[in-house]
Design a protein around this ligand. Sequence first.
Ligand code: ZN
Length: 198
Amino acid sequence: MRLTDDRYAGERSQFELALRMIRHEARTRTIRQCTGLSDDRIRKLYSRYFRDSGLTEIKRRRGKSPRQVQRYVKNPANQLQATTLVALFCAGMLVRIDEDDNVHACWPRPDVEFGHRLCRAYETYLVLHDDARLNFEWAWNLLHCISYNDELYLAECAYCHGRYVQDSYALDDGTCPTCETDTTSGTLAGHENNVPEE
Ligand SMILES: [Zn+2]
């Protein structure tokens, strides 16, 4: 009896994750990796809950995730959003950042819990950025790229000492996207000004 309950709970969690990821327009391959469900079951879930329900704005993406790291650093806005995502991955314990700012993956391989944590991080990111420039697949790819410490790394800002996502092959002028956009937006900058006076 207990075993059946556990299995039922496990399957329910798999299905919930699949639906959550389909809503974010994750690719079938990504959903399969996290849920362990077959492509066929994912297709059936999609058609049962989305295609036949009139929720046609949700697209199902096929093929591989995008891989170019340029997307994360091509301008300060994208760079700031990528940095937000990495901070959220860290808060969700998907990655760990050591004292040398190297990023370590905390999950040996994707599973249901990993998928739910990734969805939670991505949903928080959507709340924080009205003009989200990175879709779910870009977030998924960022999580992997930053964990390799190869093409992307965390640089330290010479002005505010905050960390930000940077391209390993780009010339880094030591300015984080927040300080870079300080004069134009100023929304997240000026932490010093917000410190309460003694
Ligand atoms: Zn800065």
